[in-house]
Design a protein around this ligand. Sequence first.
Ligand code: SF4
Length: 366
Amino acid sequence: MTTTEATATEAQTTDAQTAVPPLADKRVLLAAPRGYCAGVDRAVVAVEKALDLYGPPVYVRKQIVHNKHVVETLEARGAVFVDETDQVPEGALVIFSAHGVAPSVHEAAAGRGLRTIDATCPLVTKVHKEAVRFAADDHDILLIGHAGHEEVEGTAGEAPDHIQLVDGPGQADGVVVRDPSKVVWLSQTTLSVDETMETVARLRTRFPLLQNPPSDDICYATQNRQVAVKKIARDAELVVVVGSSNSSNSVRLVEVALEHGADRAHRVDNARELDETWLDGVTTVGVTSGASVPELLVREVLAWLAERGYGDVEEVVTAEEDLLFSLPKELRRDLKAARSARQGGGEPETDDTDDAADDAPDGDED
Ligand code: SF4
């Protein structure tokens, strides 16, 4: 069901549906996994530790993660969010966001003598590396993703002469490639799995030799949250997704909930955006949150629901996650040097982590 259809459904709500369910029947199904993923956690902690270590201001190119609450909280501590590196004073420190940047951004920062910390999620970096490799092999790369999204701009910037964007199944028919036997598709990490497969199927009818990415580009966190919301949407008349409007994976969760059984689904940044009328006739409310959302915001939504009789909360677990990423290596190096200086000076400890460790998960991927 599309958002438009959901609106139509709301307009057709009958008197019977608006009857208030008995208190005892009201419940919440809370999706798990939800909220912070490993890449978001790493990026937010990187800014926090940079503020502690270097002191404010710490410049951050773009929103470090797509969540209003996180950005405002870091701003209050002294982070300064800018659109481009030319807004950062020469020689200052700038952090690149979890969504990744094109090589041209690294070059622009170097040209201004900026110190950089790259908080790109390692799972986005993986897609960048795939793009570089297939471009070096002179493939046409069909990058499935949303036009204008920072992650897509960063990935496309790795090989602009070889990459063309395919923004959904509707664009598959217009794709032109040089050699149909050397075509591969890659994707943004935060897409709807089902819609991406639809786009790939359309592309494959035109290019039967279309190659798949070496491994899933849609990341474990996006996939796990979509599986979890599908499960609760089947039994919920209303699904509330906590997440910001520019959070791709949060917006996808609303779509997935509507497509898998929820009568209504709404995205809210926080509990203050909830609307009592959404509860009319609702017995079961599903709750989840996007990968950039702190759990505090979910707790506030649950408290708001509890005040209205939905205090019975059942967590529906579809996967366990224990993935952790190391902090960016530039930050690890400076943190070690600071620790060493505090412990009495001398040479800083050697950074015993290599580049591979930056890209390698520290735990299992679900
Ligand atoms: S949603 Fe996926 S790709 Fe994006 S930061 Fe989280 S783990 Fe990384």
